[in-house]
Design a protein around this ligand. Structure first.
Ligand code: HGA
Length: 609
């Protein structure tokens, strides 16, 4: 999603800003822009499309300066045009970049127009620069003008502002959208994600909700939401940015699919010991907290929501605790019932997903016993704001369509099942079974990837299809949902998932030879039920692709193509069966020629609601 980079330095900063934007490109965006201050005043450049186009324009024009801000925009308000790209400028002096949504922008726009400001864009963001300019005209300093401005804003913002009258000074404010300050020697930086600043610093200070900060080359002052000057801790980052990029792979998505065995190994390392899992992988207080838990409320969005749905099947079957799973954007806007002794679990790759983070903050006011996040980014807001955290060690996930983050989330959730089961007095054989199954996973995932060539050939049959249906039962139903989501995301083929038992309640009407039906077959007591559903499709002329354990004894024929997968304990089958569905989506997308790593209209790390 949108990216912000800012710098104030003795050296010229355009290249630092552009490199920062390049490092945030993977999040998905539609336009990019940069503004700098120099002897000629405020100069800006904006382009629709890739950062490369902006960089070429910067090279051509030579625009540069010792202080500047830059942005990649993922439009929420206003079309994808050069005029709507950030930075926005007021009266040729104040420039602003913004992530988030200003909800009261319409009322502010009318007021500012009444004051004589004319708007150049359709964005909600533009009100910020005019408001700051208006406050500056009253004689305020830039810092005070920004403080006065943010008091008038409703909604979410991570914003960086500079003004020609105070060159070398960046003022930044955070409410609902992350911002980090990068500390240099005689120079300082700001960004929406530390990844953008790794070439220039490893020292970071995270802003908290409601903070406003003043950043110059030599000084940083942070004010909290009560306007009290505060110290924010400096963290040294050990994050690796893999600039080597895709390696031998054509796309990040394919690389990340193939990284799953190693990502799983890293996630499990030191966390399983024979028959037992290490409960402290969830944090030092986990053991005490888990003893009291009788119910789990899981909140997530998108792919992470599917991980939560699998966990619900597991928790109720193996840990003896009840579990609800809900989409964050629904949960946060309704009154919900809090079960006694509930653990509130959020799942997010980035730990910054706006709706999930808001749900976590809401949950803290509702009386949950404790909160836990399953997350891939140690420094994220969700990790910092939760009582407990399970860190997946998937490494940076660059492809917008989540792959290795999902399977490692599932591993973390299965460890949670074992931990809560133990705390709840469930027979120790369950924990032993989970531990051994998890320990076998990295090798099994490697074996599962051996069917890549078979899937690549299969993808040819999908490329001319417009619709598809995914079926599963039990804990494979959410895997069918994830398979459908992946196909939609990267190939733009309409895909729907159903619990196989629901077929006859509607979707069966859609079955014909033009509608491929993808079936993920469990290898448990639901298998016979699923076989009946398969017959229902066959009887109506549907063409099926069945992913099944060898032992399930499905046989390929004219109407059914069977892809056999390596045999595993059914408890980890949902994790394993995800891989062929990811590969299928990838290869269909390749044939269709879509932008696999940055699919149209989508963004990674969804920091707006
Ligand atoms: N609302 C602003 C910024 C959008 C954003 O933060 N996207 O991630 C706009 O539409 O320009």
């Amino acid at each position: 999603m949108c990216g912000i980079v800012g710098a104030t330095a003795e050296r010229r900063v355009a290249e630092i800003l552009l490199e920062g934007l390049r490092r945030l490109e993977y999040r998905g965006y539609d336009s990019a822009g940069i503004a700098v201050l120099n002897d000629q005043g405020l100069q800006e450049l904006r382009r629709v499309g890739k950062v490369q186009a902006l960089a070429a324009a910067q090279e051509e024009t030579g625009i540069n300066g010792h202080v500047g801000i830059a942005h990649t925009r993922w439009a929420t308000h206003g079309k994808v045009t050069k005029e709507n790209a950030h930075p926005h400028v007021s009266s040729d002096t104040v420039a602003v970049v913004h992530n988030g949504i200003i909800e009261n922008h319409e009322a502010l726009r009318v007021r500012l127009q009444g004051l004589g400001y004319s708007f150049q864009s359709e964005t909600d963001t533009e009100v910020i620069c005019h408001l700051v300019h208006h406050e500056l005209e009253k004689g305020h300093s830039l810092l005070d003008a920004v403080k006065a401005t943010v008091k008038q804003l409703e909604g979410a913002y991570g914003t960086v502002i500079m003004d020609q009258r105070e060159p070398g000074h960046l003022v930044i404010a955070r409410s609902g959208s992350p911002l980090v300050i990068g500390l240099g020697i005689g120079e300082n930086f700001v960004a929406s994600d530390q990844l953008a600043l790794l070439p220039v610093t490893r020292e970071f200070m995270y802003l908290e909700e409601g903070d406003v900060a003043s950043v110059t080359r030599t000084q940083i002052k942070v004010f909290d939401s009560n306007d009290k000057m505060v110290e924010r801790q400096v963290h040294t980052s050990d994050l690796q940015y893999d600039a080597g990029g895709k390696g031998e792979y054509r796309h990040f998505m394919l690389k990340e699919i193939h990284e799953q065995p190693i990502a799983m190994r890293n996630t499990l390392e030191g966390r399983i010991d024979g028959d037992r899992i290490a409960i402290d992988a969830f944090g030092p207080q986990a053991e005490d907290i888990f003893k009291n838990i009788k119910h789990v409320q899981i909140i997530a969005c998108g792919t992470s929501y599917h991980a939560g749905m699998v966990a619900r099947y597991w928790l109720e079957q193996y840990a003896g605790v009840s579990c609800n799973v809900e989409i964050a954007s629904e949960f946060r806007y309704r009154s919900s019932y809090v079960f006694p002794n509930s653990l509130f679990v959020t799942i997010s790759q980035s730990g910054e997903t706006a709706d999930t983070l808001a749900a976590l903050r809401l949950a803290k006011t509702l009386g949950y016993h404790a909160s836990l996040t399953v997350c891939n980014v140690a420094s994220s807001s969700m990790v910092r704001e939760s009582d407990l955290a399970f860190l997946t060690k998937a490494g940076a996930e660059i492809g917008v369509a989540s792959t290795k983050a999902f399977t490692t989330q599932l591993a973390g959730l299965l460890m949670l099942v074992a931990a809560l089961g133990r705390a709840n007095g469930v027979d120790a054989s369950i924990e032993a079974r989970i531990s051994h199954a998890l320990a076998s996973l990295p090798n099994k995932l490697e074996e599962a990837l051996n069917i890549t060539a078979e899937i690549e050939a299969l993808a040819e049959e999908f490329a001319d299809k417009e619709n598809s249906l995914f079926l599963g039962r039990g804990d494979q139903y959410p895997i069918a949902m994830e398979g459908a989501l992946k196909l939609k995301e990267v190939s733009y083929i309409h895909a729907e998932a159903y619990a196989a038992g629901e077929l006859k309640h509607g979707p069966l009407a859609l079955i014909d030879a033009q509608m491929p039906v993808i079936v993920v077959a469990p290898n448990n007591e639901l298998l016979e039920k699923l076989k009946s559903n398969v017959e229902e499709v066959r009887a109506r002329g549907g063409i099926m692709y069945v992913f099944a354990d060898k032992k399930a004894q499905f046989k390929s024929d004219d109407t059914m193509r069977v892809i056999n997968l390596v045999h595993v304990d059914e408890i980890i089958a949902p994790i394993l069966y995800t891989l062929p569905l990811q590969l299928l989506s990838y290869y269909v997308a390749i044939i269709k020629g879509t932008d696999v790593d940055q699919p149209r209209n989508l963004a990674k790390s969804v920091t707006v609601e």
